[in-house]
Design a protein around this ligand. Structure first.
Ligand code: CO
Length: 496
């Protein structure tokens, strides 16, 4: 069903129905371990490696519903591809708070995004102990599998069993309680390390002024550079981008009023207010801590950014592609996220920003107006000029709706391809996996988890990234659903 141009008198026709969509927000309590037998199409033999995914697997604690999916316990899914076969395993990250709540059989902690302990404001007043989670991303770097959440240390897992090994401090370079964001960027050829790959990450310590710390890790998984900066004002920053020489952050125009949180009426995520009349600040931090260049702060028009696609330098300009929202949908204390009115919220749209560092100007241009989120590119192009991007997208061209499709955009020609799982399929983040040995930027596969409401189960979908119009080359039917997840990554190593 393609929703046609919406005239004011027309009844809104959607590509999905809400009950179907809500099915993907049921908890998955079991932990599985099996070879996937129910397959349509064929898994390419050259596709060898492991797809790791993370996301909130529990949307309730023993029947007590959490307030927002971002407060849900992290569940790792591992799909291993080996010799044309695929194996599935999932495990919860055993954070201390997960273990305590499962043992107690009830909600013990406040969540950053609105989950309150039972008992009203009296039970929550002046309780600043928020639940520690590990639900946002999972990476394999330096022989360590790490579950990431932006407000705490990573949790290290055994890649073979997915058993939780404990918090990771990188030989003491990270201190107790120090955050390590969920959005590292992998520089395929770091200038400071003679072209060796390097993982760049950051942490945000918000306050009246905000401390931004940059971490760079070598292929052995050691932090080899760590430097911190203070920027004026409160920051709500989830993601960043890198180029050869810079880390770039968008300081969204939000303010934070902690009083209702202290009083136990609202959670931290509900105290953030979007200010549409304030500019967004673009913070440009040189990656080389020993260099002579200073941090620069530029301004552009307002909007809210969770995720960026990529960035690169062209002469003295920096180009950044990002998903922007006209406004931030605020989390309301009494609301139920399952009842969200998609049509009332602003869609994420793809914008290109051009920064001129010399004169401090920022130009911006809309590249794609279709509702989209969760971008992916060829990992060889991170921080460099690139041509193709892949992104989760709504089925319809206009309006805000759940992601049901994957959109491929050729940034040179403007050509677009769309593969849609509508009306009953709901799309997770696609991951681009290059075909081994290939030089062509779009020669590879897209891997995504799609929730199939018709069977209340999830599929691992494999697409040929060169041509989405061919349809899925394989659909691997899992025996169960996987609740809507957040981020994941692929490694060519196999752990079965
Ligand atoms: Co994210």
């Amino acid at each position: 069903m393609q929703s046609s141009k919406i005239s004011e008198s027309a009844i809104l026709e959607t590509s999905y129905n809400r009950i179907d969509w809500q099915g993907g927000y049921e908890s998955l309590y079991q932990e599985f371990d099996y070879w996937i037998d129910d397959i349509e199409g064929q898994i390419p033999g050259e596709l060898q490696g492991t797809l790791f995914r993370n996301g909130p697997g529990l949307l309730d604690i023993n029947g007590q519903r959490i307030h927002h999916p971002f407060d849900g316990d992290g569940m790792i899914s591992r799909i291993s591809f080996v010799n044309g076969r695929a194996h599935f395993r999932n495990r919860y990250v055993r954070t201390e708070d997960y273990i305590a709540e499962q043992k107690a059989g009830k909600i013990l902690y406040r969540g950053v995004f609105g989950t309150q302990k039972p008992g009203g404001w009296l039970a929550n007043i002046f309780d600043f102990k928020f639940k520690t989670l590990a639900n946002t991303n999972v990476i394999y770097w330096g022989s360590k599998l790490l579950a990431l959440w932006e407000a705490a240390e990573p949790h290290r897992l055994d890649p073979h069993t997915l058993e939780t090994l404990g918090r990771e401090y990188f030989n003491g370079v990270l201190s107790t309680g120090e955050a390590f964001s969920a959005h590292p960027r992998l520089d395929p050829s770091c200038q400071q390390d003679n072209g060796a790959p390097c993982l760049v990450n950051f942490s945000i310590q918000p306050g009246l002024s905000t401390k931004i710390t940059i971490f760079e890790l070598n292929p052995a998984g050691e932090i080899i550079r760590k430097h911190a900066y203070s920027v004026p004002g409160f920051c709500f920053i989830h993601d960043f981008v890198i180029t050869a020489n810079y880390c770039i952050f968008f300081q969204n125009p939000v303010s934070f009023n902690p009083l209702p949180m202290a009083l136990g009426i609202r959670a931290a995520g509900e105290c953030i207010k979007f200010n549409p009349h304030q500019p967004t600040r673009v913070i440009v931090i040189p990656r080389n801590p020993r260099g002579k260049e200073d941090i620069k702060i530029l301004e552009t028009q307002s909007g809210f950014v969770f995720h960026h696609v990529n960035a690169f330098e062209v002469g003295d300009k920096i180009v950044i592609d990002s998903i922007c929202y006209d406004a931030l949908a605020e989390v309301e204390p009494q609301s139920d996220f399952r009842q969200v009115n998609f049509e009332a919220n602003a869609p994420g749209q793809l914008w290109r920003f051009k920064l001129q560092l010399q004169n401090g100007t920022v130009e911006r241009k809309l590249l794609e107006s279709r509702c989209c989120e969760f971008p992916s590119i060829n990992p060889a192009n991170v921080g460099h000029q690139y041509r193709y991007l892949y992104i989760g997208a709504a089925h319809a061209e206009t309006g805000n709706a759940p992601l049901q499709a994957i959109l491929k955009i050729d940034l040179d020609s403007g050509e677009k391809q769309l593969w849609s799982a509508a009306p009953r399929g709901f799309m997770g983040e696609p991951i681009f996996v290059p075909r081994p040995g290939s030089e062509r930027e779009d020669d590879g596969w897209l891997l995504a988890l799609v929730y199939d409401a018709a069977h209340h189960r999830s599929d691992v979908v494999i697409l040929d990234a060169r041509d989405l119009n061919k349809g899925a080359i394989a659909r691997l039917h899992l025996k169960h659903h996987i609740p809507y997840g957040l981020h994941g990554s692929f490694t060519s190593e196999v752990f079965v």
